[in-house]
Structures are given as structure tokens and as C-alpha cells.
Design a protein around this ligand. Structure first.
Ligand SMILES: C[S@@+](CC[C@H](N)C(=O)[O-])C[C@H]1O[C@@H](n2cnc3c(N)ncnc32)[C@H](O)[C@@H]1O
Length: 226
């Protein structure tokens, strides 16, 4: 794997401009769902942290969900891992508490301790990876998660409505030639996040959706080994 993982040149440029294009696009993506801040608070609720828990945030980007989680429960400790230097620089800058531990690394092999975390969080990242990479990241999430812990993955999911699917694809620029996320997102939706988490050795605990149901959150626990 390249030092930058599987990411395409387009993604390299997008992530390299973290403070400019990237955050603006993320705000755009969440706008029809009530705004980014509201969605991040929702994801933090789905994660359902308890006091003093340890959380690993894989592919943390600029840390928006991490800050929402910390705001929901100030006593948790969070380690965020991302391949993007500029993502992490912005995440550190935006963390007014300076309590979140941001590390440069590949979410498929973080080097963090096995069974070291009560919660593992992945938001909006699997949808941009080829399937083999998604499975590697989910496998790493399972390794990091304590037996009684929980993993929450939030990604573009199946929607009940054809109209929602068309509107979402148009809004998120999936029609744009060369959009590196179009094929991987379609593949994830076809295969389903739920199925991939089961294949990675998880047992499902709950499923959540945004309104409208553009994103789904699958909350899972590690299944029996073997
Ligand atoms: C669409 S962004 C989502 C970021 C963040 N989770 C959020 O909700 O805003 C995807 C992030 O995943 C990171 N990423 C992609 N593949 C990765 C990998 N293999 N290891 C670590 N980070 C990765 C990218 O650098 C980018 O910051």
C-alpha cells in the first residue's frame, strides 16, 4: 500500500486543502439533513458514550465528530487516526480542549493496543474505500474494540425512496465524471454496511438513520472469535 493508502489523486488534493475545500464540501453534504453541527451531535448520540471511556476515531478527518463526542461527555478520552496531515493539523487547531490525541496513520493498521477501546468510531470514510480496504479497516476496528465495547460506522446507506436516492446522488456530486467516491459508495450501498460488518466479525446492536435517510449508522459489538 502507498504511504497515502488507497486514496486517489483527486482525494489527495481534496484532503490537502482541508481547511478550504474539504470542510466546505462537508458542510454542503450535511446541509439538507439539518446542518453539519446537528448531524455530528446525532452521531455522538448514536455512539452513546459513558463517562471515562476510551474512544478510537478511525479516519477522523478534521475531527468534527470527535469534538461533538467530547462535548457530549467531557470525561472520555479520544485518539483520532487519519492519513491526512492537513486534516490532523486542522483537527488539532479546532480542538479547543487540546485533549484529543491525533495521530497520523492508516486506519487499517493503527498500531494501537488490541482490545484497548470502549468505542470505535468511523464516519464517512468507508464509503470512499474499495471493498478490500473497507474490510481491512473494519477488521482493525474489531481488533481495537473491547469485548463489551461498541463500534459505530456511519456511512451513506440504503434509502427506502428512489427519489431520495436520486436527490442524494445529485447533491453529493456522484454524477461528476472522475468523482472517486461514486463507485465505492455504490459498491458499499449494494453490498450494505450491515453485511460487511457481519462479515468482519461483528454482531449488530442497532441501526440508525438521518432524516432524510442519506446516512445510516450501524452500531455493533465484536462477535465471538473464530
Ligand atoms: C470523507 S473524510 C471523513 C472524515 C471524518 N470522519 C468526518 O466525518 O468528517 C474521510 C477521511 O478518511 C481518511 N482516510 C481515508 N483512508 C484512510 C485510511 N486508510 N486510514 C486513515 N485515514 C483514512 C481521509 O484522509 C479523510 O480524512
Amino acid at each position: 500500500m502507498r504511504a497515502s493508502g488507497h486514496r486517489s489523486r483527486v482525494q489527495e488534493i481534496l484532503y490537502g486543502s482541508a481547511s478550504l475545500v474539504y470542510d466546505a464540501f462537508v458542510r454542503w453534504a450535511f446541509w439538507p439533513l439539518g446542518g453539519e453541527a446537528a448531524c455530528r451531535r446525532l452521531f455522538a448520540q448514536w455512539l452513546a458514550v459513558e463517562p471515562h471511556q476510551k474512544i478510537a476515531s478511525l479516519c477522523c478527518g478534521t475531527g468534527s465528530t470527535d469534538r461533538a463526542v467530547l462535548a457530549s461527555e467531557a470525561t472520555v478520552s479520544i485518539v483520532g487516526v487519519d492519513l491526512g496531515r492537513s486534516q490532523l493539523a486542522r483537527a488539532r487547531k479546532l480542538d479547543s480542549t487540546q485533549r484529543i490525541d491525533y495521530r497520523l496513520g492508516n486506519a487499517a493498521s493503527t498500531g494501537l493496543a488490541s482490545d484497548g477501546f470502549d468505542r470505535v468510531l468511523i464516519v464517512g470514510a468507508l464509503q470512499e474505500m474499495p471493498r478490500v480496504q473497507r474490510m481491512a479497516v473494519l477488521g482493525e476496528a474489531r481488533r481495537l474494540c473491547r469485548p463489551m465495547g461498541r463500534v459505530l460506522a456511519v456511512e451513506i446507506g440504503r434509502t427506502e425512496s428512489r427519489w431520495t436516492s436520486i436527490w442524494r446522488g445529485a447533491w453529493l456530486l456522484h454524477w461528476l465524471p472522475g468523482n472517486p467516491e461514486t463507485l465505492t459508495t455504490r459498491d458499499l450501498v449494494a453490498s450494505s454496511l450491515r453485511s460487511e460488518m457481519l462479515a468482519a466479525g461483528f454482531e449488530l446492536v442497532d441501526r440508525f438513520t438521518t432524516h432524510p435517510d442519506w446516512f445510516e449508522g450501524i452500531l455493533a459489538r465484536p462477535g465471538p472469535v473464530g
